[in-house]
Design a binder for this molecule. Structure first.
Ligand code: PLP
Length: 403
């Protein structure tokens, strides 16, 4: 193993130093850990003469499946088409409903539309921002076919409770694990907790291939159907037995992905230690609630999302002037114009979406960076305009329970 693999160190002044976000920031929201091994893997692909549909994709799938303790993995061009492919392969479409959270990236919901089915939004838990099983139960109708559990920010959703609901109602439980590579739920790896799971590899994720997605499943027939959908329904050269797409991942991405899987444990260890450090540091800072991490699961902190009891715009502005990028992950999907006519009633999602803020948390950040972020945050919440006024139904005392 080369030195870069052992240390997983970024290339000095190379691509790892860039986050993909432009702006006047000293500390950026995202940063990827790419080293000589990825570059070498890409060189090998070019030298091989096979740039798509080749052995690197199969190898990446095997390595990813093994790492997530599932039998099959099928790589895709990106996570959104991977999700859509799951619905198409399972025969979920016109007239069917899929229950999804709104506190997520838009394509958790739009991928359902791409399959001609209807997303139905359910509310989330105010502490973890994951689907609230009690609210999910209320949204089940005779049209419901599946529940899509998003592991928000890298913390597994309440899969046992959701599986029990799915079993009772004869539904499929699916995972949107786009943000959760390597996460663990009650001793079991995400990716194999439901019928199928999707992971994404965009540059903000804990591991990246630039763009990319993968579906994991224990079901061999489903994996075979996904492979056909990915490649024009082609069973042998120019023999097309079913309708498919070009949703293939390139060999270049797959080669990078294989190396990235090898780095995952190092990346997660850095995140774990930075998360502990940050939670400790923020304990004494009022008006900021660090992420809740539940003891029966491993949160992989793709995001580090705070809840603020303070005017968020002023905090974001103060952080920006300190050279630190922050972002709202996510403006709720049901509030997007594309879903405006649905009039979904999601009080918890509405409430948390007004107060949440994500700070930089990628694995290249050092303890000094953590301290700089925390100090800037402390200064931002203790100066400037007063915090938000209590809203209707708010009770006395601290707005948020501390984990
Ligand atoms: C929760 C969630 N779902 C779906 C996606 C879509 O994945 P992609 O961007 O690879 O299409 C993302 C990430 O971008 C995501 O964070």
């Amino acid at each position: 193993m080369s030195k870069s693999a052992q240390t997983a160190s970024p290339i000095p002044d190379g691509p790892a130093a860039r986050s993909g976000y432009e702006g006047p920031y000293k500390i950026r929201l995202a940063g990827y850990r790419i080293g000589e091994e990825e570059l070498e893997a890409v060189r090998e692909v070019f030298a091989s003469g096979i740039l798509t549909n080749g052995p690197r994709t199969s190898r990446f799938e095997e390595v990813f499946a093994r790492r997530h303790q599932v039998d099959f993995a099928v790589a895709f061009a990106n996570g959104t088409v991977a999700l859509t492919a799951i619905y198409l392969a399972l025969g979920i479409g016109q007239g069917d409903e899929v229950i999804v959270p709104s506190m997520t990236f838009i394509s958790s919901a739009t991928s359902v539309l791409h399959a001609a089915a209807t997303p139905v939004f359910a509310d989330v838990d105010p502490d973890t921002f994951n689907l609230d099983p009690v609210d999910v139960a209320r949204r089940i109708t005779r049209r419901t076919r599946a529940i899509l559990a998003v592991h928000y920010g890298g913390q597994p959703a309440d899969m046992d409770e959701l599986q029990a609901l799915a079993d009772d109602a004869g539904l499929l439980l699916l995972e949107d694990a786009a943000e959760a590579h390597g996460a663990i739920y009650r001793g079991r790896s995400v990716g194999g907790l439901g019928k199928a799971a999707m992971f994404s590899f965009t540059p903000t994720k804990n591991i990246t291939t630039g763009e990319g997605g993968i579906v994991t499943t224990h079901d061999g027939d489903l994996a075979a159907a996904l492979k056909l959908l990915r490649n024009h329904g082609q069973t042998s050269l120019y023999q097309h037995n079913s309708l498919g797409f070009n949703w293939r991942m390139t060999e270049l991405q797959a080669a990078i992905g294989e190396v990235q899987v090898g780095r995952l444990d190092t990346i997660l260890a850095v995140k774990q230690s930075n998360a502990a450090r940050m939670a400790d540091r923020l304990r004494s800072v009022s008006r900021v609630r660090p992420p809740t991490t539940l003891s029966d699961r491993r949160h992989v902190h793709m995001l580090y999302t705070l809840l603020l009891d303070k005017d968020r715009d002023s905090v974001m502005a103060a952080m920006a002037s300190a050279g630190i990028e922050t972002r709202i992950y996510f403006p709720p999907a049901h509030r997007q114009p594309i879903f405006a006519t649905m009039n979904a009633n999601l009080p918890v999602t509405e409430e948390v979406s007004k107060r949440m803020l994500s700070i930089p948390f990628h694995s290249l950040l050092t303890p000094n960076d953590m301290e700089e972020i925390a100090s800037a945050l402390e200064a931002a919440v203790t100066s400037g305009p007063e915090g938000l006024q209590p809203g209707p139904g708010d009770t006395e005392g601290p707005r948020f329970r501390r984990p």
